[in-house]
Every structure is written in C-alpha cells, then in structure tokens.
Design a protein around this ligand. Structure first.
Ligand SMILES: Cc1ncc(C[n+]2csc(CCOP(=O)(O)OP(=O)(O)O)c2C)c(N)n1
Ligand SMILES: [Mg+2]
Length: 585
C-alpha cells in the first residue's frame, strides 16, 4: 500500500526532484528570466524548488515579489513589449487569478505573450498525499471552474495533472503565447501535483517553436502591387505593426519607394518615424474626417484594430482597401468590419518584404511618385508647424503640449516612453516625436493602470535604457502606485513617472459631452469625475519606495524639476514622480 504522507511532514528534505523543479527548469529553458509572483498556500513546492535552486546554484528565473497581481502582470506585459519574450506571472489560486484584474484584458487585447500560472486548492483532504489540505482557506478557495475566470482572455488554458508531462505542458503553453496573434496563456496545478516527486523530466523547448511568420502568396503580391502602381493616393493605416522593429524598416522602405502616406490609428507602438515627410499623424477619438484618409484611393490597413471610426471618419467611397493582419478577423471582437477588397492573415514584416521585393522589379512612374511625395510633404510640414505653435505657452498654466515638449527635450534616443496619457495619448505621441521603433508603447488595451507595472518590466528587460511613464492622474491611481514603487525600489528598477494632472477623469466627461453636449451634465458643477481635493501623488511613491517627489504647478518650475528628476533616476537609481498640474479638466 502506498505510504500516506502527512501534508505537514517533509519527507525527504534534500535533493527532491519534484514537478515544481521541472516547472522551474521548463520556464528557464523557455526563456523566462523573471517570475512576477504573488504567493499563497498553493505554492510551497515552487517556493521550495526556487530556494533549492538558489542554494545549489541550479539556474532558475528570478522571483520578483509583487504585492499586487495586476502590477505583476503589467510588469510581464512591459517586459514582453520590450523584448518579445513571455515571462511568467505566478498567482494564488482563484482569488489571485481574479486579482489580475484588467491587466489580463490588456495582455489579451494587446496580444502580449505571457504565461500565467496559478496553484489550485489541494484535491485531497485526509493527508492522502504530500500537499493535502491543511489550511481552512483551501476549502473556501476551491471553485468549480478556476480556469473559467480567464477563459475569455487567454489563448490557451489547461490544468497540469502530473509532474511527468509538466515540461511538455509549459512548452505547449509557451508555443501558444508566442505564436501570432500572441497572447496570454494560463496553467494551473493543485498542490499535490506540484509536490509530486518525479524522475527528472526530459522535454525540449526547441521542439515547440512558435508558428513561423506567415507570408502572402506570390499571386496576391502581384495583385496588390498592380493596384498600388495604378493608385493616385495610396495610404497605409497601422496601429501595432511596430511591435516588430523589422516591420517598421520594411514599412519605411515601402512607403518611401512609392511615396505612400503612413497614418497611425490608435498606435500602440512606434510604427513609422514621426519626422518623416510621409508621416500623416495619428488619429484617436477626434470626431473629424481625416484628410489623408479621405483623399486615399487605395488604403492598406496593416495590423490595426481600429483603423478609423466609421461614424465620423473613413476612406472615401470606392477606395480600394486591402487588409493585412496577424488577426484579420479580429476573433476576439464581436463586432468588426471594414469594407476590404482582400484580406490576408500574414505577418506585416514578411508581407511588406514581399511587396518591397516585387517593387524592386516594377516599373514605377517617377512623376506620379514625386508629385505624391510633394503633396504628403506639404501636409506633413503644415502638421509640424501646427504642433510647434501648440507648444508655445500662453499664460501661466502648463499645457500637455508644453509638458510633452519639455520631456522630449530632456530624453535621448535610449529612452523608452510608456504612454498612458488617455485624453493626452495623441498629444504625447505628437509632441514626443519618436523616430525609432521601440521608443514608445501604450498598453494596447483599455484597462487603466498598466504604466507603473509596465515600467518595472521594461526596466528589468532593458537596464541600460531610461524609462519614462507619461500618465494621467486617474491612470496613476489605477496603477497601484504603492505596490509599483515598493517593487521598483526593492528590485532597483528606477524610472521617471510624469503625471498629467488635470485633477480627475477627463475622458468620461468628454464621452458624456460627445453624446449630451447641452444636457444637464454639460452644466453640472460636479458630475463625478473630479479628484478635488487631489491626493499627493508623488508623496505616495515617496512613502512606498523612497521616490523623488515633486509637485510642479507653474511653467517656470518645470524644466528644473525634469532635470532634477532625471538626475535622480539616472544617477541615484531611484524612481522620480513629478506631479504636473495642468488646467482643471
Ligand atoms: C480599469 C478601468 N476603469 C475605468 C475605466 C474608464 N475610464 C476610461 S478613461 C478614464 C479616466 C482616466 O483618467 P486619467 O488617467 O486622469 O486621464 P484623463 O481622462 O484625465 O486624461 C476612465 C475612468 C477604464 N478604462 N479602465
Ligand atoms: Mg486626469
């Protein structure tokens, strides 16, 4: 008869090879450098394996203690944006899974590869196996469908039932996470499984590579190129092509060769150098028809979730639309349609390379191209002048345009900016003027509070870069700054956070006014969006993580505050939070 083990008795203290040891090895082999963890009663075997790895020198990912799960997942999100590599997030059973909160929406919508791992309540209660229930909470935390909590948001979920195939399961989950369209995956395992002693597990990560990038057929390349050569005003619209820096190079080559305009719509990445004369700006919620989109007779929509908002802004009737996307059906969106002539599931970089190669042998009408280049250059120069004018301060209130311009003047090419500016998303992109892929990210989702955790992840991924978060005051509060700044000090991930403080939530106010411009709310003094009296935002970071803290109310205080804050970040390796007061929303 099998020996009945007490859950409290540690049978063999030394050199146990358990399912958890295999799990840690598998994560390490699959490229996980960090486990962003929030621990619980489900994790003794994992904690033990990591401690053993530390004591014996066995290679293992580093554990980053995260007092809040949403921050943990946001950190893994930022790390993946900077590197393309999925990291692990370790959470506690069903309630830790719940506490991932909106971060899992952001990872899903932003197509971010990440492996989320949770324990599960033990499935034995009489001490039948090592790991059996021994704490009251294990009855309370047992639910019928723990995986169901995340099912609408992950690409793959499974329960590991034995340590014997745990490596295979991790590699399969990682293969899903890293295959386009990328996204979060979820694995869970009960305590008894994680404690299971096994013979050391053999499985090879290299045998589970992500799906190779898809191209389009030669015939289709031919058809697109034929239409392109006929077009009068071709335009590319994109949002997240820039997650692959090589795709940006291909897009630049493509646009320059034919003088195709590049319009960003709700950009999550730097998709095109904003100083290029072919760059036609970025569009968000503004209720106006975009001129370049209206003039285009051929629109190539490449990697975009919301290329335009058709009720107010769309291509002209009769424009030929081609769509190239890793997720052209928008499989997670119940409602989606653009009137495309042809739709391709393909990797943007691969497809653009094909188009570029074909164009290399094409007969291109130089006059048409030069006329178009001149036209787009004129529009781009007018845009540049308008932006410059907007940066001028008139009065003694700091404007978001002026603030962003001041930040731009103080950062270098080796800075990564995380933009959670909400009603200032566009202003930030316009006045930051990024020119290289990877210089700026937004979350790609709609659940606020990504920026602080993401900054930790980006800094862990790129220790030599300066990391700057530009955030709304509401988004700062959503980001759980107490957790963020504690982690940042503990793990030495200094970054600058600049709060665009308009004393509340401007976005819901604008949403209301857009539908009820003359209603009661438009005249209301207090419609529930104001943060008066405002908290001491930077003081929260100082208390939680010893951050440099300063409130900036007047324009003349701004430049020295930015200089001091960046010095602290770069030299003292400490976070800095500037609470910059803008006009009241
Ligand atoms: C988790 C979450 N809760 C609520 C919202 C709804 N929401 C969208 S924008 C916004 C206000 C954001 O405020 P702030 O960051 O200060 O930016 P501002 O609107 O003032 O520019 C809110 C509450 C959301 N998107 N995500
Ligand atoms: Mg605000």
């Amino acid at each position: 008869m099998a020996e009945i083990l007490s859950p409290l008795r540690n049978v063999k203290e030394d050199s146990m090879y358990t399912a958890s040891t295999a799990l840690i090895e598998a994560l390490y082999d699959a490229g996980v450098s960090f486990i962003f963890a929030n621990l619980g009663s489900d994790h003794p075997a994992i904690v033990e394996s990591l401690a053993e790895a530390g004591a014996t020198g066995r290679p293992a990912p580093s554990l980053v203690t995260c007092p809040n799960e949403m921050v943990a997942l946001s950190a893994a999100h930022g790390f993946a944006q900077a590197t393309g590599r999925a990291q692990a997030v370790l959470v506690h059973v069903e309630c830790g899974t719940q506490a991932l909160a909106g971060a899992v929406h952001n990872a899903a919508k932003g197509r971010i590869p990440v492996l989320i791992f949770a324990g599960a309540s033990p499935f034995t209660q009489e001490g039948e196996m090592r790991g059996s229930r021994n704490e009251f909470i294990q009855w309370i935390q047992d639910v019928f469908d723990q995986r169901g909590i995340l099912r609408g948001y992950v690409k793959y979920d499974n329960e590991i039932r034995t340590g014997r195939n745990i490596k295979q399961m991790v590699y399969r989950a990682m293969q899903f996470a890293h295959s386009d369209p990328k996204g979060p995956v979820y694995l869970m395992a009960a305590r008894e499984v994680l404690e299971e002693e096994i013979a050391s597990a053999e499985a090879h990560h290299e045998n589970s590579p992500p799906i190779a990038p898809c191209a389009i057929s030669a015939l289709d390349v031919e058809a697109i190129v034929a239409d392109l050569l006929k077009a009068r005003s071709p335009l590319v619209v994109t949002s997240y092509l820039g997650r692959n820096p090589q795709a940006v190079d291909e897009l630049v080559r493509f646009c320059r060769r034919l003088a195709v305009g590049a319009l960003e719509s709700v950009p999550n990445y730097v998709n095109f150098p904003t100083d290029d004369p072919l760059y036609q700006g970025n569009q968000w919620n503004e209720p106006v028809q975009n001129r370049a989109l209206d003039e285009a007779d051929l629109v190539l929509v490449i990697d975009s979730d919301v290329p335009w908002i058709p009720a107010v802004n769309k291509p002209r009737k009769g424009a030929v639309i081609y769509q190239i996307d890793v997720d052209p059906l928008k499989e997670q969106m119940p409602l989606w349609r653009i009137p495309a002539r042809r739709v391709f599931r393909a990797d943007a970089g691969a497809a653009l390379r094909q188009l570029n190669e074909r164009l290399g042998a094409a007969e291109i009408n130089k006059e048409t191209v030069e006329a178009r280049r001149a036209h787009y250059s004129r529009l781009s120069e007018a845009r540049r002048q308008k932006l410059l004018r907007a940066e001028r301060l008139e009065g003694d209130v700091i404007t978001p345009e002026y603030l962003t311009a001041c930040v731009r003047e103080r950062i270098d090419q080796d800075t990564i900016v995380l933009n959670e500016g909400i009603t200032n998303y566009q202003t930030i992109i316009d006045h930051l003027g990024a020119t290289r892929a990877g210089q700026m990210f937004t979350s790609g989702g709609g659940s606020l509070g990504w920026n602080g955790g993401a900054a930790i992840g980006v800094k862990l991924a790129c220790p030599d870069k300066t990391v700057v978060c530009l955030t709304g005051d509401g988004s700062y509060m959503f980001s759980v700054p107490s957790s963020v700044h504690w982690i940042a000090r503990r793990y030495q991930t200094p970054f600058l956070q600049v709060i665009y403080n308009n004393r509340g939530w401007k976005a819901p106010k604008l949403s209301t006014l857009a539908i009820h411009p003359d209603g009661y709310a438009s005249r209301g003094e207090d419609i529930g969006v104001s943060f008066e009296p405002p908290p001491d935002y930077s003081g929260i970071a100082a208390a939680a993580g010893g951050a440099f803290a300063r409130i900036v109310r007047r324009p003349e205080e701004l430049n020295s505050a930015l200089t001091d804050a960046l010095n602290v970040v770069r030299q003292e390796r400490r976070c800095a939070v500037l609470d910059v007061w803008l006009a009241h929303l």
